[in-house]
Design a binder for this molecule. Structure first.
Ligand SMILES: [Zn+2]
Ligand SMILES: [Zn+2]
Length: 221
């Protein structure tokens, strides 16, 4: 199975004791995919055709700017701008309101996709399939996961609909309940510090709980 390639990264991510091992893997896939599009692949006609039509989201454009690979980025932007400007030229020729609006609908679609995000999403679907495979077939992996901090809500919501085994489903849900309650109690303690009656409270152990709660609560959008 092709998703086997994610076994080692998933096993390593589980050992990282983070709020979500799938987020750890996704972070690495995201970095590598961004580097891929701005690396030698940008000279391949198929890849360039994809980035010309889909473009990138704001976050990935920012990542490419930060990469410092300005020439590669400029070449990608050059041909993307060709496509954008051709479409704008077509729009400018439309004199009838209905046709003009239709062209603008098409133009908006050119800015509602991201070549990196779509490739990362494809890879994460394979990765989640592999995660489920490991939970079902590898008792050590399953035991380690059940002792972990669980998943973020985004990846929990992606994994749960794929589980067909009742026992596993109960275990995964129970872990998520326990870990979500743990994060809530950490946030409670953090907030309590700002109550005038508990200014002496030591919050060293929960000082990063807002960042970890944000991580935990990330949604699908
Ligand atoms: Zn996650
Ligand atoms: Zn993106």
């Amino acid at each position: 199975m092709k998703e086997k390639i994610y076994t080692i990264p998933l096993t390593e991510a589980l050992k990282a004791d983070c709020e979500c091992p799938l987020c750890e893997v996704e972070k690495n896939i995201d970095i590598k995919t961004t580097q891929y599009f701005i690396g030698p692949a940008m000279m391949e006609p198929d890849t360039r055709s994809l980035t010309n039509s889909k473009g990138f989201c704001r976050r990935h454009y920012d990542k490419m700017l930060e990469s410092g690979n300005k020439l590669s980025l400029a070449l990608i932007l050059q041909t993307r701008l060709n496509e954008v400007n051709n479409k704008l030229a077509e729009i400018s020729k439309q004199k009838k309101l209905q046709k003009l609006k239709k062209e603008i609908d098409g133009f908006q679609k050119m800015f509602s996709s991201c070549a990196v995000c779509e490739k990362v999403a494809d890879r994460m679907n394979d990765c989640i399939d592999n995660f489920l495979y490991l939970l079902k077939k590898e008792p050590d992996f399953r035991a380690e996961f059940l002792l972990s901090k669980g998943l973020c809500m985004k990846h929990f919501n992606m994994l749960v609909p794929l589980i067909t085994d009742n026992g596993l489903l109960e275990e995964v849900v129970a872990l998520q309940v326990k870990q979500s309650e743990r994060i809530k109690s950490e946030i409670d303690k953090f907030c309590l510090k700002f109550d005038y009656r508990s200014t002496d409270l030591d919050i060293e152990d929960v000082k990063d709980s807002p960042a970890r709660a944000v991580y935990k609560l990330r949604s699908l959008i």
